[in-house]
Design a protein around this ligand. Structure first.
Ligand code: CA
Ligand code: CA
Ligand code: CA
Length: 274
């Protein structure tokens, strides 16, 4: 059933199983193999031709993307233990939509948004499904100097699916726009974490930011860590943070501003002050 079947449109190589890369308009699609695939994607934030570079299973992505202004990325990695990094290398005013299906196997996805900010009007929307296996998927937006600017949004949505998954997001910086983090561990004993630190920002009284965090896990025995802090409690930023443990036994570490629902009576709960 999992036999490798080469397909006509795939790139063939004696050393590599066939994977495929296609660019149609502004859409990049990467299809992996049933083996272990790897991809490193660099986004220069310009939104213009050649904005996305990197490597896929040893192939230089620029061979496909040099003349394309990519604003959508689809990853279909199939089985195997796949490894994917996404790196934003500078500030951006543009938009990027990424959808990933990591498939069976113990997969890894990390997005690094630590070198640039999402400036006014930028919209970054990443959603991944880990599929079966013990997957690790996360976003690092925690340089401390980040801003998701006025009118900008950053959304990160994760479905761990079966297996014991580790899902996380870190954010540290100022915030004038909106950040959304939604993580559902699915079946298995999952660990879901988020640490959000909103730095003091003199214009927050005029341009308050908003954070919406939801961690859901209705299956298995799970670990949640959700810590959100406003460095200046008097500023206007809004944080909505929810853990829904589905009445399953859970260990929860959270700041006091996190709402809890469906908490099992034998869960372990540890509060931090915000
Ligand atoms: Ca694969
Ligand atoms: Ca997987
Ligand atoms: Ca899971």
């Amino acid at each position: 059933m999992n036999r490798y079947v080469p397909r006509l449109e795939c790139l063939e190589d004696r050393e590599l199983l066939a994977s495929s890369i296609s660019v149609i308009g502004s859409v990049l699609t990467i299809t992996g193999t049933n083996g272990h695939d790897w991809a490193i994607l660099y986004d220069d934030g310009t939104g213009g031709p050649g904005n996305l570079t990197g490597w896929v299973n040893g192939w230089n992505l620029s061979n496909w993307t040099a003349n394309a202004a990519i604003d959508q990325v689809y990853l279909n990695m199939l089985a195997g233990n796949d490894y994917i990094n996404y790196v934003l290398t500078d500030d951006t005013f543009s938009s990027m939509k990424l959808r990933g299906d990591l498939g069976r196997g113990d997969d890894y996805f990390a997005a690094y948004l630590v070198r640039g900010s999402l400036l006014s009007g930028a919209h970054y929307d990443f959603a991944l499904d880990g599929g079966a296996g013990n997957d690790r998927m996360g976003m690092y937006a925690n340089s401390g100097s980040l801003n998701v600017g006025l009118g900008a949004t950053l959304s990160f949505t994760l479905f761990g699916n079966s297996g014991n998954d580790h899902l996380w997001m870190g954010y540290a910086g100022i915030l004038d726009g909106t950040v959304n983090f939604y993580a559902d561990g699915g079946h298995g004993n999952d660990a879901i974490g988020a640490v959000f630190t909103l730095n003091d920002d003199p214009i927050d009284a005029i341009f308050p930011g908003q954070v919406n965090i939801t961690m859901v896990d209705h299956n298995g025995s799970n670990f949640f860590n959700l810590q959100t802090r406003r460095q200046d409690p008097a500023d206007g930023d809004v944080i909505n943070a929810l853990i829904d443990s589905g009445n399953q036994r859970a260990t929860i570490w959270a700041t006091v501003n996190v709402a809890l629902v469906n908490l099992h009576h034998r869960s372990n709960l540890f509060w931090f002050w915000s």
